[in-house]
Design a protein around this ligand. Structure first.
Ligand SMILES: NC(=O)C1=CN([C@@H]2O[C@H](COP(=O)(O)OP(=O)(O)OC[C@H]3O[C@@H](n4cnc5c(N)ncnc54)[C@H](OP(=O)(O)O)[C@@H]3O)[C@@H](O)[C@H]2O)C=CC1
Ligand SMILES: O=C(O)C1=N[C@H](C(=O)O)C[C@H](O)C1
Length: 242
């Protein structure tokens, strides 16, 4: 096992650090021996310059961040371009969970992957990774059935349909279905996705319910450590699950 005080620990920059996901990532990162958070970046200027030993930066100060091996991004599409550019400039790996990206931003990930290891995932939970496979198989076996993907999230979520719903839709399409989407924003729901297949007289529902953001943060940290030693390329979460 690596010692966090030696150069063996993977140096991580957390982007979107003040957010719901950023806070979960920082808390779980502090428990790990195999990585060390060297910078926490939020949009606004931080009230304190160091928190729990971690240097804090505003997005406008990104260029002044210390050396790092991998950037973990849970921000918003408005914050995405500068952090991807910094990872490219520094030759660092890039792990992003930010959803609602535009087409140009998705294209930029493909281009970046020629130079650095890149993983962009709409959902870092193991359960959703499995659900995707189930949806593809169900769609392939239920040709001609209606396929509807219904997602529910907290009232602060800005994008709709969720990134996960769109990813599940891609799996459904691989199986031959034509998915439709519906979104609900209510209370503090962490994230729920239902994929329904329906025909006359019967229907099947495949459901994933996230009740704690730690599942996403843990998956992103695991991916970050794995990705930091990989060759440049575009990776999927399943490539890094061991
Ligand atoms: N892939 C996955 O498994 C998951 C993905 N997500 C996605 O992660 C993202 C973040 O979600 P959540 O934590 O709930 O969001 P929050 O709104 O709680 O946090 C957003 C963070 O991004 C920062 N930020 C916003 N705009 C900018 C900008 N222009 N430049 C730099 N930083 C910026 C905010 O800083 P400040 O506080 O200073 O404004 C804050 O730190 C969303 O896209 C969400 O869909 C969420 C959960 C799981
Ligand atoms: O914004 C969120 O909260 C979440 N976003 C991701 C998405 O858009 O799918 C993942 C998860 O559902 C929580």
């Amino acid at each position: 096992m690596t010692n966090p005080n030696t150069k063996d620990a993977v140096r991580v920059l957390v982007h979107g650090a003040s957010g719901r996901m950023g806070q979960a990532v920082l808390r779980l990162a502090a428990e790990r021996q195999d990585l060390r958070v060297v910078a926490a970046v939020s949009r606004g200027v931080p009230a304190q310059r160091v928190v729990d030993g971690v240097p804090q930066f505003a997005a406008s100060e990104l260029g002044g961040a210390p050396g790092f091996d991998v950037g973990i991004d849970f921000s918003l599409p408005q914050g995405f371009d500068p952090i991807l550019a910094l990872c490219l400039e520094r030759g660092a790996a890039f792990v992003s969970g930010t959803t609602g990206l535009g087409e140009n931003q998705r294209d930029a990930l493909d281009v970046a992957a020629r130079s650095i290891p890149v993983l962009s995932a709409s959902n870092f939970s193991l359960g959703v990774a499995v659900l995707g496979e189930l949806v593809e198989r169900a769609a392939a076996m239920l040709r001609g059935w209606d396929c509807d993907i219904v997602e529910s999230h907290h009232v602060h979520k800005q994008d709709a349909p969720s990134g996960t719903a769109l990813t599940l839709g891609e799996f459904a399409a691989l199986g031959g279905a034509e998915p439709r989407y519906a979104s609900l924003r209510a209370g503090d729901i962490v994230g729920e996705h239902t994929v329904q297949f329906a025909t006359a007289g019967e229907r099947i529902e495949l459901i994933h319910r996230a009740t704690n953001r730690d599942i996403f943060a843990r998956g992103a940290l695991h991916a970050a450590v794995q990705l930091s030693s990989r060759a440049p390329g575009l990776y999927r979460l399943r490539d890094l699950i061991s």
